[in-house]
Structures are given as C-alpha cells and as structure tokens.
Ligand binder design. Structure first.
Ligand SMILES: C[S@@+](CC[C@H](N)C(=O)[O-])C[C@H]1O[C@@H](n2cnc3c(N)ncnc32)[C@H](O)[C@@H]1O
Length: 272
C-alpha cells in the first residue's frame, strides 16, 4: 500500500500552460509547452503566468515593501514557527502557498518541492530574489496554473480563500492550512487610528470535502519600537486601503506601541 501511495502521489509539481493547459517544461530560462507557448523567467527567478486583463494586480509596491520590512524584523516569527511545525506534522511531498506575498513564510517551509503564487509583481519579485528554493509564479489564486489533485499541502495566510481551486488542486487526503486573524488581532493599532475601534469577528469555516482537524491559536504581544515599524504594520494590512488620510495620520507621532497578535491556524484534511 505504501508503495502505491508513493507511485501515485510522489511526483514533482507540474505547471500548466495558462493558454492551452498543456504541461509547461522549464528549458533554460523559459517555461514552454508542447504548443510552443513560452514564458520567460524574470531576472529574479519567477515566471509570470498571469494572462488575463484583470484589473486586480494584488497588493501594491508600498504594501509589499512595508510587509517585507515589518516581517523581516521577526515580529511574526512565532506564527511562522507554528506553521512550520504544522506542516512538519503532516510531512507533505509538495506544497503551494496561495497568495504568498513576499514569501516570508514560504521560504522557510520544510519542503523541497514548493511553489508560491501571488498576483503582486512587487511581492513576487521580493520573494524570488530572497528564496531560490521555491518556484514563485505570478498568477491568480482563483486560476492556479497547476493540475487537478496533484498537491499534498496548500497554505493560505491572511489572504482570500480560493476554495474551489483548493479543492481542485488538493489530492485526496491532502492538507489545507488556513491562517486568519483572531478577534483581538492588532486591536491597539485600531484603537490608535479609529474613533470606534472594533474587534474582529470570529469566523467559522465550513468547506465541502474538507474536514477540520484542529484550530491552533497563536497569541501574544509585540513591542513595536519605532514609528517605521508601526506604520509598516498598518500599511501591510487591509486597514491601509480602508482608512482616511486623516485617521492614518494619527500614527505619525507615535514612536512605540505594544500590540496584540492573535492568529488562528485552521488545519483541514481533504476527503479520501
Ligand atoms: C495580506 S497579504 C498576505 C501575504 C502573505 N500570505 C503573508 O502573510 O505575508 C495578501 C496577498 O494576497 C495577494 N492577492 C490578493 N488577491 C489575489 C489573487 N486573486 N490572486 C493572487 N494573489 C492575490 C496580494 O497581492 C497579497 O500579496
């Protein structure tokens, strides 16, 4: 039985041509399919497989840089370690990080065959420059250029949940790890900006074909020691896009802040 499992599932991740769905093969600095559709590798190492005219290009350059600078300070290291432990528990052969951003988490996932997908060119460029062990791809997570039922583990961290794609990509028994903010996440930051700050709603996820195994909580306080760190944290969140300049300017003169982090790690297993 063990041997059959290996034969069926222990195969390298295959990329699908976004034009004709034939398999893409990497030749020198190009991904090319049997119909000669080809995609050049960017200097930093990613491939751009996003070919639609969508106006959604993911997070902008400012948000991507803010997130890189904030995360590189290690404030969210406890979350990263908890995700790494969760992945190790399930020992997947391959992994896709959907909406991987700048690859802060992806780059340390203990998997040889892994891919990070995001729409933001800036985020993917940052990720690909820092991490040569992961294949980074510009594409929509709602149309991932990968084949059905070929993925052992999918992560989605603070990003839209492309549940139909997740079900399409995961092999039977595959693992989906979803991280979202808990009710107290960043409450002090919201208090500093909004007249009537609100706590996050506790979200319950019910997905067809995915069985919830466990929810792990990662909670604590971080001491933001500079105004730059405070502003980077604000800029990397969706609050940045929703807040008036007047309210955002309230952060200008704050030089230190203790903030609560509150994360939920949901672990699902796909039906066999
Ligand atoms: C809040 S960030 C999280 C990034 C990363 N997971 C992290 O936690 O560091 C959300 C990410 O989702 C990406 N994104 C949003 N919509 C997307 C889509 N339809 N396809 C691919 N990426 C998308 C954005 O570009 C951004 O990088």
């Amino acid at each position: 039985m063990v041997e059959i499992h290996k034969i069926v599932y222990n195969i390298a991740m295959k990329y699908k041509c976004p034009i004709c769905s034939e398999e893409l093969v990497i030749k020198d600095k190009t991904m090319v399919c049997a119909n000669n559709h080809s995609f050049d590798r960017a200097k930093s190492g990613y491939f751009n497989l996003f070919i639609t005219n969508s106006t959604n290009h993911g997070d902008n350059d400012l948000m991507a840089r803010a997130r890189r600078d904030f995360l590189n300070k290690g404030y969210y290291q406890p979350l990263k370690q908890a995700i790494i432990n969760t992945i190790s528990d399930h020992n997947p052969q391959n992994l896709v990080d959907l909406a991987c951003g700048e690859g802060y988490y992806t780059k340390d996932f203990p998997i040889n065959d892994k891919c990070g997908i995001d729409l933001s060119k800036k985020a993917i460029t940052i990720a690909a420059k820092q991490d040569k062990a992961t294949q980074y791809i510009i594409a929509s997570i709602f149309k991932a250029p990968l084949y059905d039922h070929t993925i052992d583990c999918i992560t989605t961290i603070f990003a839209p949940v492309a549940i139909d794609e997740i079900n399409r990509l995961l092999r039977p028994g595959g693992i989906f790890i979803l991280i979202n903010p808990g009710i107290d996440h960043l409450y002090e930051l919201k208090q500093a900006v909004y007249e009537d700050p609100y706590k996050n709603e506790e979200t319950t996820f019910n997905f067809e074909h995915l069985n919830l195994l466990e929810i792990k909580k990662v909670q604590g306080k971080i001491n933001l020691e500079t105004n730059e760190d405070i502003k980077n944290l604000f800029t990397m969140t969706p609050y940045y896009l929703k807040t008036s300049r007047h309210d955002a300017a309230k952060l200008d003169n704050i030089s230190q802040m203790i903030v609560t982090y509150d994360f939920n790690i949901h672990i699902f297993k796909k039906d066999l």
